[in-house]
Design a protein around this ligand. Structure first.
Ligand SMILES: *[C@@H]1O[C@H](CO)[C@@H](O)[C@H](O)[C@H]1NC(C)=O
Ligand SMILES: *[C@@H]1O[C@H](CO)[C@@H](O)[C@H](O)[C@H]1NC(C)=O
Ligand SMILES: *[C@@H]1O[C@H](CO)[C@@H](O)[C@H](O)[C@H]1NC(C)=O
Length: 287
């Protein structure tokens, strides 16, 4: 590439001709739920405007948003003197009557991109994603303040097709230096109608049916278990009553004495598990 002065001298510095690129949706690696009902995450135009040569001076990138309608498909974001439009969300009915400036950020030099290696680090992830992505529709603060003057980037409408454009503004002149093409239409997601959430079991997944039926029959099982516990405890009380009666009969028989060793053994077997060794010993002693 020839040096900058040579280009300037020849008057062919490719400025203002437009970068032949379109804004792109953020990669799913970084933005898994994208677009949402009200936001669209885009890749920032890194190394787009300064891919061939570093830019000196201060630059900002403006992001314009436009609802995709036939009437405004090729809308310009600058006036005759290349001054970027400053129309807001409210003035353009959310991008329906023309492009609005949703947000602006500094140009990160191509040579100075943050490393993606640390993106797994929770503490740094948000900072790194911020460097690479911009989220349209992320800030509704301005809507609640009627006197709000600054940039307004409020939530987008659901199920609406939008186009986006990045513009490079030379801050020393305040003029448009370069711009990308309008993006392809990007549609925000559609609200899930209530009917589609819970219609009939045929639409549910197998796992969901299992979980639902287990949860559904849980009270029944609990009831059965409870009833069972009651029956068991009744039976148990009955049998231990009988055992006690039985035991006392045997004891009464045993007390008068004249029991042989075999009879004592019989007694001990029939007295059940509550029989104490000491009692057996005592009954033997009585013999
Ligand atoms: C879009 O705008 C460009 C430049 O302003 C112009 O050359 C082109 O004809 C326009 N296209 C349509 C479809 O209006
Ligand atoms: C939302 O915008 C307001 C006004 O521009 C700003 O003060 C605030 O920090 C922004 N909030 C977020 C989360 O970006
Ligand atoms: C930005 O504006 C300044 C001031 O007019 C100018 O010197 C500089 O060359 C401009 N940048 C480019 C890339 O033209």
């Amino acid at each position: 590439m020839p040096p900058l002065w040579a280009l300037l001298a020849l008057g062919c510095l490719p400025l203002g001709v437009g970068v032949n690129l379109q804004p792109q949706l953020a990669s799913v690696t970084f933005a898994t739920n994208n677009p949402t009902l009200t936001t669209v995450a885009l890749e920032k135009p890194l190394c787009v405007f300064d891919s061939s040569a570093a830019l000196d001076g201060t630059y900002e990138i403006y992001l314009y948003v436009l609802v995709d309608l036939a009437s405004s498909r090729n809308a310009s974001v600058q006036d005759g003197s290349r001054t970027p439009l400053s129309s807001t969300f409210q003035q353009t009915e959310g991008g329906r009557t023309g492009p609005y400036k949703a947000t602006a950020f500094d140009l990160t030099p191509c040579s100075d991109l943050p490393s993606l290696d640390a993106v797994g680090d929770v503490a740094r992830a948000s900072e790194i994603l911020n460097a690479y992505l911009v989220r349209v529709g992320a800030n509704g603060t301005c809507l609640s303040d009627p006197n709000f003057q600054g940039l307004c980037n409020p939530p987008l409408s659901a199920a609406t097709e939008y186009r986006f454009k990045y513009v490079l503004v030379n801050m020393s002149t305040g003029l448009v230096q370069d711009q990308t093409l309008w993006s392809d239409p990007i549609c925000t997601s559609r609200p899930t109608p209530y009917a589609a959430i819970d219609t009939w079991p045929g639409r549910r997944s197998g796992g969901m049916i299992v979980v639902t039926s287990i949860l559904g029959s849980l009270p029944f099982f609990l009831l059965v278990a409870f009833a069972g516990a009651i029956v068991l405890s009744l039976l148990d009380t009955g049998s231990s009553d009988r055992e006690t009666t039985h035991d006392s009969q045997i004891t009464q028989e045993a007390v008068p004495g004249s029991l042989g060793t075999s009879e004592a053994a019989y007694t001990s077997v029939n007295r059940g598990p509550t029989l104490d060794r000491a009692e057996v010993f005592a009954s033997k002693l009585q013999d």
